[in-house]
Design a binder for this molecule. Structure first.
Ligand code: HEC
Ligand code: HEC
Length: 359
């Protein structure tokens, strides 16, 4: 009799309690949306594909409408940083062609890095990222700032926990990746998809050069363009249509580079002082200039190529050798070159609502 009493009093209620709690944990609330792999339609002029090929993406991360929408939300989500004050968009601002107008970006803990942030423009055609090229895909790149102690200073476990409880994200992950399991791999895939949509080929230069609109540039701008593609030799490294050859080169800034540049990643003496040749598209909007932000204006940059090239700089690029100590441009030529660089700004890219914070 006593035994049965015990069973009724302790084991049965315990059993009931256990089933209730385990039910709760196992309960999967499937979002009321379905997987949607509709490809994202890139709006890219025909001459781009003719010159540099179609956009490519990794086979395991095709660009879809749902993926891009998710990536955009994540790019601007401050929950990615430890104290929830900083998103990718804090340092990569659309009005600055997704660059940072501050010489050096500041992380959530107040510390400054020692390199200028980089613009995010037409990176779908690129295969190595950062000033030293230490990451080989946009997916891999996006991992770094999140855990970098002088940037977002967070952990992936913390982010996954924060986003997992968000019903809106559950819907978005389901639509983009057919799963509600939110992890760092899918977060960085979605961000990379959004970044691939950041294409810019609609500047006054494009209207003139590729679009055949003879009125798109002024005569000074045209003279500057002729210098750029001619005597000033800029195109040798900043080649169109991307205005970069995506290589790593030394353009003769220093006798003793303080930042070892690409050698920091490869460890090779032959890479000491080499940095990524950056695109010049939207360059008027991405000041300050160079990896260490040493130049505040385009006039100062042009002056470097005109009179400041250091031939003794280690591993100076072969294209810089016939620059001598500079091109000795006249005041008019310098003005025209700067005027031309300003025609590479693409107003639609800088203001397109599809790239803005969805809030
Ligand atoms: C605290 C400011 C800061 C934040 C936040 C930040 N970045 Fe950056 N980003 C930088 C800096 C600085 C560099 C260059 C660093 C280097 O070369 O060592 C950079 C470089 C990049 C590049 C390389 C571009 C190229 O041409 O090679 C990409 C892409 C990029 N960031 C994307 C992101 C994404 C995506 C996020 C969010 C997950 C993010 N960044 C968050 C400052 C920041
Ligand atoms: C030998 C290849 C080479 C040539 C030729 C060259 N550049 Fe550059 N340029 C680079 C590299 C490499 C960088 C980045 C250097 C760094 O930050 O250390 C750069 C950076 C720049 C920047 C700053 C980009 C930024 O995002 O901060 C501008 C503007 C620029 N170049 C304009 C020009 C102009 C104008 C000419 C012609 C007068 C020219 N370049 C010729 C290789 C070259």
């Amino acid at each position: 009799m006593r035994k049965i009493y015990w069973v009724v009093l302790t084991i049965i209620p315990l059993f009931i309690l256990l089933t209730i709690t385990s039910c709760k944990e196992d309960e999967i609330i499937e979002p009321d949306v379905t997987y949607d792999p509709t490809p994202y339609a890139f709006d890219i002029p025909e001459w781009v594909a003719v010159n540099i090929g179609e956009i490519s993406a990794p086979i395991d991360n095709p660009t879809t409408i749902a993926g891009v929408e998710l990536g955009r939300a994540l790019f601007y989500d401050e929950r990615l940083s430890n104290d929830m004050t900083m998103s990718c968009g804090t340092c990569h601002k659309q009005a600055n062609a997704f660059d940072d107008p501050r010489p050096f970006s500041q992380g959530t803990n107040g510390a400054f890095g020692n390199r200028n942030a980089m613009a995010i423009i037409n990176l779908a055609w690129d295969g190595s990222f950062f000033w030293d090229g230490r990451q080989q895909s946009l997916e891999a790149q996006a991992h770094d700032p999140v855990t970098n102690p002088i940037e977002m200073a967070n952990t992936w476990v913390e982010i996954e926990n924060r986003l997992r409880d968000d019903a809106q994200y559950q819907d978005m992950f389901k639509r983009a990746f057919n799963t509600t399991v939110i992890d760092s791999i899918l977060i960085t895939k979605a961000i990379a998809q959004f970044e691939r949509t950041l294409v810019s080929f609609d500047s006054p230069f494009d209207a003139y050069y590729y679009g055949g609109d003879a009125t798109a540039l002024t005569s000074d701008e045209i003279s500057g363009m002729n210098l750029f593609f001619g005597d000033a030799k800029c195109f040798q490294c900043h080649s169109d249509p991307l205005f970069t050859d995506n290589a790593f080169r030394n353009n003769g800034l220093d006798l003793m580079p303080l930042d070892s540049g690409r050698a920091k990643f490869t460890g090779l003496d032959a890479d000491y002082g080499k940095f990524k040749v950056t695109t010049l598209r939207n360059i008027a909007n991405t000041a300050p200039y160079m990896h260490d932000s040493r130049f505040a204006t385009l006039e100062q940059v042009v002056e470097h190529y005109s009179s400041g090239v250091i031939q003794e700089s280690p591993n100076l690029d072969e294209h810089m050798i016939d620059f001598g100590s500079g091109l000795n441009l006249t005041a008019t030529e310098k003005m025209q070159l700067v005027a031309f660089l300003q025609t590479l700004s693409d107003n639609d890219f800088l203001t397109n609502q599809q790239y803005a914070d969805p809030e």
